[in-house]
Design a protein. Structure first.
Length: 52
């Protein structure tokens, strides 16, 4: 059994590239403080949705 599951890597790679592209675009468009506020809101929203 190989250490790396290549089928899983091929499944994850497009989503990873999409996330990187969106992150770079947001970093260029928005100011630094706005990116920080968006990340904090994302983490708080994610934490509160996991409790329910």
């Amino acid at each position: 059994m190989p250490i790396i599951d290549y089928d899983l890597a091929l499944l994850i790679q497009p989503v990873l590239m999409l996330g990187i592209s969106i992150g770079v675009t947001f970093n260029v468009i928005f100011a630094d403080w706005m990116v920080t506020v968006l990340l904090i809101a994302l983490f708080i929203g994610n934490k509160s949705s996991q409790r329910q």
